[in-house]
Design a protein around this ligand. Structure first.
Ligand code: ADP
Ligand code: MG
Length: 318
């Protein structure tokens, strides 16, 4: 199959991410055991956050803020500013309100609000490794993609560090974006994952990632992910769990719908696990594979499509 245009791919990624986010919103914080009894199989309404069907959350909002910065001529300051404006001024909210935000993200955005000159506001301590940067990083799979690895990683690190400054978050974002890169080139999930695992050791060495941090990625980069649906641990908001869950779902299933429903039905941080998985699944299977009844209720679909079109006219996008 011919490779789709950047606009078509970006649109599929954004819609795939937002739809899966919205599938997870009504059941966020509910356990995997609850999902086994009552799996999500369609776009539900209300539930945890009392939102109508098709309402996406912070994951998609902050992703769209990054896309908006790409559309407007990318600077880090714009990403920080638009992210701050999401929380304080409801920029890129689905229906005019912010109803979900992680602790690390909220603390960083309040530092941005207090100090207008600050950009890299993210905490750097061990427990700043929530999935709040991973969930919004996907648009960088379309920006300066042919730059040398060290430059790409610097950019990924800094975009992450607006809210999440720990090196682990940046490495998780890099690996996720590598998957996106290979999927964009038309590789299957299995081939993309194998390529990511093959390339990563040399990449992490070149980037001088300390061994004790690189070691944390050993299981994710093993080439053989364990069946995480069989473990007792729900899929919480730790960046490593979310990345592993997204890869596992993508590798295990063969359609957009099965892949993102599996992610949501892992329980707990359902919207973010869904969003992180859904972005890759959108890239992999394309917009046409997203069930039309899910797209039909998606909040601000036309705005998302217009954003994808505008961003792919931006400098540095390919
Ligand atoms: P966000 O990243 O979206 O801002 P939070 O700061 O609320 O979200 O973090 C999400 C989850 O990630 C929390 O449950 C937190 O305990 C978990 N987490 C963060 N860092 C670590 C870590 N180093 N090990 C395990 N869990 C972590
Ligand atoms: Mg969310």
């Amino acid at each position: 199959m011919p490779i789709a245009s950047p606009e078509t791919q970006l649109r599929a990624a954004l819609l795939g991410l937002a739809v899966a986010d919205a599938l997870g919103v009504p059941v966020e914080f509910q356990s995997r055991a609850a999902r086994r009894l009552d799996p999500v199989v369609h776009m539900r309404e209300y539930g945890t956050h009392n939102q109508p069907a098709g309402t996406w959350s912070d994951d998609a909002s902050l992703t769209f803020c990054l896309v908006q910065a790409l559309a407007d001529g990318f600077t880090l300051a714009k990403v920080a500013e638009y992210s701050r404006r999401w929380y304080y001024e409801q920029l890129w909210t689905p229906r005019g309100s912010v109803f979900d935000i992680g602790i690390t993200t909220r603390e960083a955005l309040s530092r941005l609000q207090a100090d207008g000159d600050l950009i890299l506001a993210g905490g750097t301590d061990e427990y700043s490794n929530g999935n709040g940067a991973l969930m919004r990083i996907l648009p960088l799979a379309f920006y300066q993609v042919d730059a040398p690895l060290k430059e790409r990683f610097r950019l990924i690190h800094d975009v992450s560090a607006i809210t999440h400054g720990h090196i682990r978050s940046a490495v998780a974002c890099l690996l996720y974006l590598e998957m996106a890169r290979y999927l964009r080139a038309g590789q299957s999930p299995a081939a993309a994952y194998a390529e990511m695992c093959r390339q990563a050791p040399a990449q992490l060495y070149e980037l001088k990632i300390p061994a004790h941090e690189a070691d944390k990625f050993e299981r994710i980069l093993s080439g053989r992910l364990p069946d995480i649906s069989a473990t007792a641990v729900d899929s919480g908001g730790y960046v490593m769990h979310t990345l592993e869950a997204a890869l596992w779902c993508l590798l295990r299933y063969e359609t957009y719908a099965e892949t993102v429903l599996a992610a949501v039905n892992l329980g707990d941080d359902t919207d973010t696990t869904g969003a992180v998985t859904g972005g890759l699944a959108g890239l992999c299977y394309g917009e046409d594979a997203i069930p039309p009844e899910w797209l039909a209720v998606l909040a601000r679909r036309a705005d998302i499509e217009a954003l994808a079109a505008a961003a792919t006219q931006g400098a540095g996008i390919s």
